[in-house]
Write a protein that binds this ligand. Structure first.
Ligand code: SAH
Length: 213
C-alpha cells in the first residue's frame, strides 16, 4: 500500500509527540506507530487523525486521544496471550492496539449502532480475532472471566465492583474514576478479597453509562 494511504510519516510524528508527553513503553509506542488511526475515524475527521486529540465518532461518542490510549495501555502492562476485557468498544481503535500487543481481546459496547459498525470494521481490518459484545459493560463477561486485565475507556462515577470480581488474582484494572473529571486508577487484585489501588493523572472521558441503547 502507498505511504500516502497508510500515512506512516504522520504516525511517526504523533509517536514523537506522545513520547515527549512522557510515555516510555516502547511496545505501546510501536503499536501506535503501526496502527492507522484514520481507518477508525469518520471521513470528516480523517485528515486530523494524527493530531493528539479526541474526535467524534458519532452517537455522541469519541475516539480517545492517542496520549490517553497510550497512557491507559502502558498502565495495563499487557503481555502476549493475556485475556483482556475492554469496556467501551467505541471506534475499535483501543481494542486493535491491545490486539497488536498480542492480547486475546474481549470488548463490550452498549450502543447497538456503534457495536454493529465497529464489529464489521474490525473484521475488515483483519482484527476478526477480537470478540465484540453488545451489552452493558457494568456486567462484564462472567462467562469468560477471569481476565488478566480489564480496561475501562469511559468515565466511571465510582469503581465498578462487579468488574473487579472478574479479575484474576494478580490481574489489573485500569479505570478513570470521577464525574466531570476522572482520575486514572490502576487496581491490582492481590488476593481473593484484596485489592491495591494506585492513582495517576486526571483525564476527561465520555461517561460510563448503565444499560444498553
Ligand atoms: N475505546 C474507545 C473509546 C470510545 S468512548 C475507542 O478506542 O474508540 C467510550 C465508549 O464507551 C463509547 O462508545 C460508549 O458508548 C461506551 N460505553 C459507555 N458506557 C458503557 C457501558 N456501560 N458498557 C459498554 N460500553 C459503554
Amino acid at each position: 500500500m502507498k505511504d500516502s494511504y497508510l500515512q506512516k510519516g504522520k504516525r511517526r510524528k504523533l509517536v514523537a509527540v506522545i513520547r515527549k508527553k512522557g510515555i516510555r513503553d516502547e511496545r505501546v509506542l510501536k503499536a501506535i506507530e503501526e496502527l492507522p488511526r484514520h481507518f477508525f475515524m469518520a471521513k470528516d475527521f480523517e485528515s486530523w487523525a494524527y493530531e493528539d486529540k479526541a474526535f467524534p465518532i458519532g452517537n455522541e461518542q469519541t475516539i480517545s486521544q492517542p496520549f490517553t490510549v497510550a497512557y491507559q495501555t502502558a498502565l495495563l502492562d499487557v503481555h502476549p496471550r493475556e485475556k483482556v476485557l475492554e469496556i467501551g468498544t467505541g471506534s475499535g481503535y483501543q481494542a486493535a492496539i491491545l490486539s497488536l500487543l498480542g492480547a486475546r481481546v474481549y470488548t463490550i459496547e452498549r450502543q447497538k449502532a456503534l457495536y454493529d459498525k465497529t464489529k464489521k470494521l474490525l473484521k475488515k481490518l483483519g482484527f476478526g480475532g477480537i470478540r465484540v459484545f453488545y451489552k452493558d459493560g457494568y456486567l462484564g463477561l462472567p462467562e469468560f472471566a477471569p481476565f488478566h486485565k480489564i480496561l475501562i475507556t469511559a468515565g466511571a462515577p465510582e469503581i465498578p465492583k462487579a468488574l473487579l470480581e472478574q479479575l484474576k488474582i494478580g490481574g489489573k484494572m485500569v479505570v478513570p474514576v470521577g464525574k466531570e473529571v476522572q482520575t486514572m486508577y490502576c487496581i491490582t487484585r492481590t488476593g481473593e478479597n484484596e485489592y491495591e489501588e494506585e492513582t495517576f493523572a486526571d483525564f476527561r472521558f465520555v461517561p460510563f453509562l448503565k444499560g444498553t441503547q
